[in-house]
Every structure is written in C-alpha cells, then in structure tokens.
Design a protein. Sequence first.
Lengths: 175, 175
Amino acid sequence: MQFNLDKSFDILTRTPAVLEMMLDGIHEDWIHQNEGAETWSPYDVIGHLIHGEKTDWITRLEIVLSDNVAKHFKPFDRFAQFDESKGKTIQQLLQEFKLIRQKNMAILKSKNITEADFSKKGIHPVFGEVTLENLLATWTAHDLGHLGQIARVMAKQYTDAVGPWKAFLPILAAR
Amino acid sequence: MQFNLDKSFDILTRTPAVLEMMLDGIHEDWIHQNEGAETWSPYDVIGHLIHGEKTDWITRLEIVLSDNVAKHFKPFDRFAQFDESKGKTIQQLLQEFKLIRQKNMAILKSKNITEADFSKKGIHPVFGEVTLENLLATWTAHDLGHLGQIARVMAKQYTDAVGPWKAFLPILAAR
C-alpha cells in the first residue's frame, strides 16, 4: 500500500480512543499480566507509547524538517516507562497518552508537510539514513504493532481456560 | 489468569466499539488489503465475527446448557463471510456486528450462569468434550485474536514505507 499522510492520520488520531475503549474499566488482571519474564503488560505498553510521544516521534520529525546540518537522532529509551508510569493508574496513563497525542497531531498538522518533504532525511542511531516517510510510516505501524501486542498479551491470559481450543487460536502461540 | 464471567464480559461487550473506533471512516486501503493469497482483510474478519455470532457461540452455549442428551456442536463455516458480506459496506458490517453482539450479550446474561455451570460439557466436532468455561474463554480469546490480526494486517500495509525500521517492528514479520 502506498504511504500517504492522511492514511497515517487515520491511525494516529484514533489509537488513544481505541486503547481507552479496550482497557478503561476492565478487570485489573487484563491490565497488569504479561507474557512472562522480560515481557510487557498492557499497562507497560501505554507507558511506552507516552514516552515515544514525549521524546521520540515529534523530536525526530523536527530534526528531519529543520534547516540544521545536524540530523542525528538520539537513541530512544525502551524502558523509561518502568520509572515514569510508577504510581499512576491505567486511567491516568490513557488520559496522558490521549492529551499528548492530540498535542502532537496538532504539531504534525502545523508543519504542512507535502509529498516533497517525504524524502527528507535524518540519521538513525542504528540504521543511518532514514526518510520522513519512513519515520511517519513507522510511527503509524508502531501504534498498530503495540495494539496487536496488547490484544495478544490479553488473549494469552486465557491460554489455560480455552482448553483444547488452543489449537485453533494461533494468537496464543504468537510472539 | 483465572477465568471468570465478568472478565469475559469486559472484552466481549467492548469489541464492537473497539473495532468501530479502529475502522469506521478510515481509508479504504486499510479495510480491504490483506496479507496475501488466502489471507483475510479487516473487512473479511468483521464478516467472520458476525457469522460466529449468528451460528456458533450462543448456539453452542445453548447446547451445553440444555437438558438434551445430544451435545454435539455443528462444524463452523470459516468461509461463510465471503458470501454473506457481499455488497455491504464496512459501516454496515460494523453496525451489524454491534447489534448482534448486543443481542447475544443479553442472551448470555439471561442464562444466569454460575461457577457450577462452568464444567458443563458439549461435544466439539474435532476436540470431543469441551466445557462451558472453554467455550466462553474461547469466545473471548477469539475476539482478541482477531483484533490482533486486524492490527497486524493493517501494520503490514506499511512494510515498504517504514524502510529500515522493519527490523524493529516484529509485527511486520508475524503471522
């Protein structure tokens, strides 16, 4: 599928409401269970999404669009949420994510990005040169990836309860 | 995680609204693209969920709870949606799913199921004996599985657009 900005807005603007609809008010066990050692619960994932909004996507977008010669992105901290989410309820995190995503969507719109900008470049700490299109598509696919992860982590909590049906539920074996 | 009926209601009652929030009003390409030959688009998945509500979950639940000796479930048609969804818009399908799920949740509540019922049995065409707990947990995990599938199918539409970031997005390699 061809990338375009509207298709990315379709997803990026909806994710906070999708997550709120999935997680707000459900039993604590759905929120805090994970897939085992070194894996994340839905609660951890929301904290990770918030940290990305605060430090990653828009910051990198502004580096790519700026007239500065320095185009290197800072590495992203994949574990920041374990400190930053401490003491917060899932409702607080969902609300925080909604507000910062709204703010970032307003910033994104204010850039008036055109197709001519899609090939502008930044320097990723691991990959080297990446384009604005890569960055915006990744922001979008990253939302969907974590949405899929949350659904998978939740489904796995019923691995024992489904009994023999496990054989017909590929999500219970997915990583 | 221990199964209970409220935890299943948490998911089953929310799924239609989650899917509506994800899919209603987004670009057609997100709705109709799939993962390649013999795979399903988000549009196909919603049709499959509707067919399950019409012919599978409640029908099987009623067999398990009934006083009849005949406890065999009919096989489920995993491809019925390709005919049944024909000519319908995604909005129509989302609405249809919402209404039939609401109706089925009302039926489920009306059964006043207690823990004593969880071990009641039916005969699955492939697995043989399954319990009511298995059936209700599977209905729930099945929702989450297809939600994860939809997120994955959508994410994969940006496989080219993300460029080198593909290496950091495990969902793009998932099945």
